[in-house]
Design a protein. Sequence first.
Length: 114
Amino acid sequence: MPFRRLAWLPLTIAISLPAAAADRFFMYNLTDSTTFSGVYLAPAGSGHWGSNQALNDKDKAIDPSERLPITDVSRGLFDVKLVDEKGRVCIAHRIDLTKDTTFEIHDSDLADCH
């Protein structure tokens, strides 16, 4: 009989574990000197931009070497529209958040800004 009691132990532990926390996403601004006042995500190719993620930062802008929490998204492929403090707009295409929960923006990503 002791064996039967132990057989239920893994099931009891599995049932009592809390559900996994929701994914938390972040963007890292790894540019040398560009501050972004606008960071918008859209499902890749859709052009349906979400809310300004830069508002998630305490000073409402993401400075170089700063991490920005990204909210209200789930895993997927995204286009990211970045607006710097000078008003230039850059779009990074097909950011893959299917496996990772972070993405980085580098100076090389800003080559085609308008």
